[in-house]
Ligand binder design. Structure first.
Ligand code: C2O
Ligand code: CU
Ligand code: CU
Length: 569
């Protein structure tokens, strides 16, 4: 109560009459065939100039996609932007080709058609563009949407699940507008919070237990959510699914890209007006949004930083006909692999930054031609993430969900003991997680791991891994030894002849094949093996090539060996 009074005294404008816009609830698409069109648009946020936006099937954000576990999906993504993009299903366990990472480019005017089976548990995922160096731009302008996975196991539980009635998506995003009403794309000066693309939102909720699927879709800001009256609520799910049992709390910290499902009991609230707050004053030093954090890259520029900020209001109306009055106490089972089962361990360090330098992973910037890690299919691995910078970075990995083993040697809090695909690693902190790389192997298309602060990711704080079938140690080692020894010249090339220099260990009996792909991943030419000739030189004739960037994928004796980039002038 004191806190409410204090807020009233200090910020009267904030509390009265501010939440005047009804929260937009994104429409849903459900079934097995989906069509998404990403396009530029506008929305009238303020008087005067309309705000330029990007949306899926609409002017801002996109429909909520409802997938059922076990379904075979057929998705068409049309790109009507006048630039390339990609669309990534953040959190989903799909093949690298269907994952929508930076390599799976959708050129303007073209359609991408991923097809995959929904293998994940019931949970909340999201989708967003992932083109290298353009992710922040596309997402900040509005290109993102929620994915809800349903399953029979989840349907058997006592939980609210009627979309838009007692189960609501909350896509929470820090945003900033410039003087021309345009969304500002760079980093950390976001000075207002939107929910589902709505400014100053209110949501009418029934006086009963309500479920929220909360996504921090900000490009950088960490949210520390709670209610103005400090009420308790229950967290029931983390990134990859339901927790073992509900965790009662009054705060939910979510970093960029992270999700959680919570339930809030509004049943006694018909005479009060609950409001949601991000308690930034409680964020530790160096956490984006805490303000005053040390060093460059820390968001000290926004008036939201370090301030507790009320951004959404709930108007409680009468209960629905058959409300959920008690939620299940057992939600999901988690059989966490034992550390002794791990086949491999690896360490990723978060480093760089300072003096205007970009943040890096293992001291390296992203290089689309460098697959920094090779994982064997079906291996259980323990990854250690260290952070030697002075700000917190959310680590995200594609393909898998993981379990956090420990943070600085301590077991994670109860709400982080479920499946995760993003974990916030604070400055100086070391976290370890365990996971298993199942189902999908592809020696040519990598998966990503990266910091989910979008300016950091675009700036190169990203690496990639391939998952390969474990066809015996020797084959893999031979491929790895030969990797990166191929050279193509001249490069850039302006006529039809290129020469590929092969490693000198190759003998006349080795079979070398070349496949040339364009940037959209379409095969342009295939050169079957013939003996490479004297000087280990192979000459390729590239007829009728349009100017642009191509990739040459090289196979040695049928095994993936290397990928080269070729620029055609
Ligand atoms: Cu949400 Cu690699 O991304
Ligand atoms: Cu992802
Ligand atoms: Cu980062």
């Amino acid at each position: 109560m004191t806190r409410v009074i204090l807020l009233l005294l200090l910020l009267p404008i904030h509390v009265f009459g501010q939440f005047t816009n009804e929260l937009i609830i994104p429409p849903t698409l459900e079934g097995t065939d989906f069509e998404l069109t990403i396009a530029a648009s506008t929305r009238q946020y303020y008087d005067g100039t309309a705000t330029e936006t990007i949306g899926f099937n609409g002017d801002f954000l996109g429909p909520t996609l409802i997938f059922n576990q076990g379904d075979d999906l057929n998705i068409e993504v049309h790109n009507e932007l006048n630039e390339s993009t990609t669309v990534h299903w953040h959190g989903m366990h799909v093949s690298p080709e269907d994952d929508g990472g930076p390599h799976t480019i959708i050129d303007p005017g073209t359609t991408w058609n991923p097809t995959f089976t929904v293998l994940d548990r019931a949970t909340t995922f999201w989708y967003h563009p992932h083109l290298h160096e353009r992710t922040n731009f596309h997402v900040t302008k509005g290109a993102a949407g929620m994915i809800i996975i349903k399953s029979e196991a989840e349907a058997a539980l006592d939980l609210p699940r009627t979309y838009g009635v007692d189960d609501f998506p909350l896509i929470i995003q820090g945003k900033e507008f410039d003087d021309d009403n345009q969304l500002v794309v760079m980093g950390s000066d976001d000075n207002l919070i939107m929910v589902n693309g709505t400014l100053d939102p209110y949501l009418e909720v029934p006086a009963q237990i309500v479920r929220f699927r909360v996504l921090n879709g900000s490009n950088e800001r960490v949210l520390n959510l709670g209610f103005e009256d400090d009420r308790e609520f229950q967290q029931i799910g983390s990134d990859g699914g339901l927790l073992s049992s509900p965790v009662t709390t009054n705060r939910l910290r979510l970093a960029s890209g992270e999700r959680a499902e919570i339930v809030v009991d509004f049943s006694g609230d018909t005479n009060v007006v609950p409001r949601m707050v991000t308690y930034a004053s409680e964020l530790g030093q160096g956490i984006p949004g805490s303000g005053g954090g040390p060093g460059p890259g820390s968001p000290a520029g926004s008036e939201l930083d370090g301030e507790d900020h009320t951004f959404m209001e709930f108007r409680v109306s009468s209960a629905t006909a058959n409300p959920i009055t008690e939620i299940s106490t057992q939600l999901a089972t988690h059989d966490i692999w034992d550390e002794s089962e791990a086949n491999n361990t690896r360490t990723i360090s978060m480093d760089g930054g300072g003096m205007g330098n970009p943040f890096t992973l293992n001291d390296d910037l992203f290089d689309e031609n460098n697959f920094s890690e090779t994982v064997y299919l079906d291996d259980i691995e323990i990854w250690t993430i260290t952070n030697s910078t002075n700000i917190a970075h959310p680590f995200h990995i594609h393909d898998v969900q993981f379990y956090i083993l420990d943070k600085d040697g301590q077991a994670p809090p109860a709400n982080e003991q479920g499946l995760k695909d993003v974990v916030l690693v604070e400055g100086g902190q070391t976290i370890r997680f365990i996971t298993k790389f199942e189902d999908f192997a592809d020696p040519e298309v990598p998966y990503m791991y990266h910091c989910h602060i979008l300016p950091h990711e675009d700036g190169g704080m990203m690496g990639q891994f391939i998952v390969v079938e474990n066809e015996g140690e020797e084959t893999i080692l031979a491929i790895q030894a030969l990797r990166s020894q191929y050279r193509v010249y001249p490069n850039p090339v302006d006529d039809q002849i290129i020469r590929v220099l092969l490693p000198d260990q190759l003998s006349p009996t080795d079979q070398v094949d070349f496949t040339v792909y364009d940037l959209a991943g379409k095969e342009v030419s295939f050169f079957a093996s013939t003996f490479c000739g004297p000087d280990n030189l192979k000459i390729l004739y590239l007829e009728d090539y349009k100017p642009g960037i191509y990739h040459i994928s090289i196979r040695l004796n049928g095994e993936y060996a290397d990928q080269l980039k070729l620029v055609m002038k």
